[in-house]
Design a protein around this ligand. Structure first.
Ligand code: NAD
Length: 495
């Protein structure tokens, strides 16, 4: 199997880091497969990359937005052209099944189309003035160099959510992808380069926490956009806070699905299985708590467990596989630790709870789909993000009780209700504390033209995707144009 040496991309050149530090990236479905060796960048490389981005800033911000948009549109076309190759690389790199990695690339394609349209909008407002012969308007202005720090679970989609809106607003970028998916990031940056992005506008730095910290703390980085764990997000936010820089955070979730007695139960079952075990439960929007109306509780649990046991676990490159491995050994150990905690806390393990064994599984980080019942909101398995194929099913007497339980979480990203009663659905939409609520759909499945993000510990009030993404990467400028030919004093010349 190939073992490639990869580089950083700084000022339009692929280059190695000065230090000797390197890290390997391995296939989680078969850890004997080394995808590549990557530079462990330090402050030296981060500094060079930020300088390159700062140098490119004036040229890029003064490029007309429709021209910037045409490069983003071209990037989208190239992502589509290379969809299969990118999807295969991504599956090899992070394990989710091909159907899902194709969807990941498609999300980037959709984002390119959506953001490219903004090139001919980036709308501000024109408004009246309280004074005669005066006009007022607002303009979106770029901010400068943006530092993008991304996780591994959506190796193409998440970078496009950040980089395309930043670019359309006229900013330049230093991109630090997760250590588990650097090869997908390289292919994405190669495609940006191929689409005609000028030198220095996007720079790529490989590495771990040290590179991320250096980027966050660099004085010339004006915006930090971070997606990852709550723990790291807090540190990023406090560093940004001290330096008074803009910081947008997308973090963890503990997403819940409610199923009412009047729901289409087959539909709810299918949605629950997809929400809980899609991407091996490693989505920020994955379903990890399911609240079932007591009338349907017993039958739903029975069907859910029966179906969970049938899920085919294996290498995501194989067409019959439904669920791939966990991202790495540490994550599998963490998931297994949580299962033990759940059992220790008194939850009932209905199925799974163990490392998956069988033909083709020995060399990967596979885990069996795991279902708990008899869990409650005080337990750590209900409060903390596990980020694996582990879900708990709980009984509730009413919608009110379900919503109260859902809202006990410290997180507030995604949520879902299955009900054929419009009143139930609308109450859930109104009362659940989350950034996203699906009615008769699972907790996963966001579309790029709607705001994406969460409340409480999931974020800090920003929203990616949709037109709200532009608010992260632009500053408003208010412009007053006085054509009266004399000094007019606001609030003073009132006649
Ligand atoms: P992580 O927090 O460990 O790492 C995320 C990124 O931060 C990586 O690139 C990492 O190298 C970097 N990093 C690590 N320490 C840093 C530091 N001290 N300073 C700056 N950067 C640092 O998260 P992960 O394990 O890659 O991803 C899983 C987490 O991401 C989960 O909690 C999941 O819920 C969350 N996530 C959230 C969303 C969302 O939109 N809300 C989407 C996907 C994933």
């Amino acid at each position: 199997m190939s073992r490639k040496v990869y580089s950083n991309f700084i000022a339009g050149k692929w280059s190695q880091a000065e230090g000797k530090g390197k890290f390997e990236n391995r296939n989680p479905a078969d850890f004997r497969d080394v995808i590549g060796v990557f530079p462990l960048s330090t402050t030296v490389e981060v500094d060079k990359a930020v300088h390159a981005a700062a140098k490119a800033y004036d040229g890029w911000r003064l490029t007309p937005a429709p021209k910037r948009a045409s490069i983003i549109a071209k990037t989208g076309e190239l992502l589509l052209k290379h969809k299969e190759e990118l999807a295969r690389l991504m599956t090899r790199e992070m394990g989710k099944v091909l159907k899902e990695t194709r969807g990941d690339v498609q999300e980037g394609v959709d984002m390119a189309a959506y953001v490219a349209g903004e090139g001919r909008r980036l709308l501000g407002e024109t408004t009246t003035s309280e004074l005669k012969n005066k006009l007022a308007m607002t303009l979106r202005m770029p901010i400068g160099v943006c530092g993008m720090i991304t996780p591994w679970n959506f190796p193409i989609a998440i970078p496009t959510w950040k980089i395309f809106p930043a670019l359309i607003c006229g900013n330049t970028v230093v991109f630090k992808p997760a250590e588990d998916t650097p090869a997908s990031a390289v292919r994405f940056v190669e495609i940006l380069e191929q689409a005609g992005l000028p030198t220095g506008v996007v720079n790529l730095i490989h590495g771990g926490p040290a590179a991320g910290q250096a980027l966050v703390r660099h004085p010339e980085v004006r915006v930090v956009s971070f997606t990852g764990s709550c723990e790291v997000g807090r540190e990023v936010a406090s560093n940004c806070g001290r330096m008074l820089k803009r910081c947008s955070l997308e973090m963890g979730g503990k997403n819940a699905q409610i199923v009412m007695g009047d729901a289409d139960l087959d539909l709810a079952l299918e949605g629950a299985l997809w929400g809980a075990f899609g991407t091996t439960g490693q989505r920020c929007t994955a379903t990890s708590r399911i609240y079932l109306h007591h009338k349907i509780y017993a039958s739903f649990v029975k069907s859910f467990v029966r179906q969970a046991k049938k899920i085919r676990v294996g290498n995501g490159l194989r067409s019959n596989v439904q669920m791939g491995p966990l991202i790495n050994e540490a994550q599998r150990n963490r998931v297994h630790e949580y299962v033990k905690i759940g059992v220790g806390e008194g939850a009932k393990l209905e199925c799974g709870g163990r490392i998956a064994k069988g033909p083709g599984l020995k060399n990967g980080f596979f885990y069996v789909p795991t279902v708990f019942t008899h869990a409650h909101s005080e337990m750590r398995i209900i409060r903390e993000e596990i980020f694996g194929p582990v879900v708990s099913l709980m009984k509730v007497k009413s919608l009110d009780e379900a919503v109260t339980e859902v809202n006990k979480s410290a997180y507030g990203l995604s949520s879902s209700i299955y009900s054929n009663d419009i009143a139930n659905a609308m109450k859930a939409v109104r009362d659940i504390e989350a950034g996203i609520t699906y009615v008769n759909g699972p907790t996963i499945g966001a579309e790029v033209h709607l705001p994406f993000g969460g409340v409480k510990n999931t974020g800090n009030g920003h929203r990616e995707a949709g037109k709200t993404a532009l608010d992260i990467f632009s500053e408003w400028k208010s412009v007053y144009i006085d054509f009266s030919g004399k000094l007019q004093k606001a609030q003073i010349d009132t006649d």
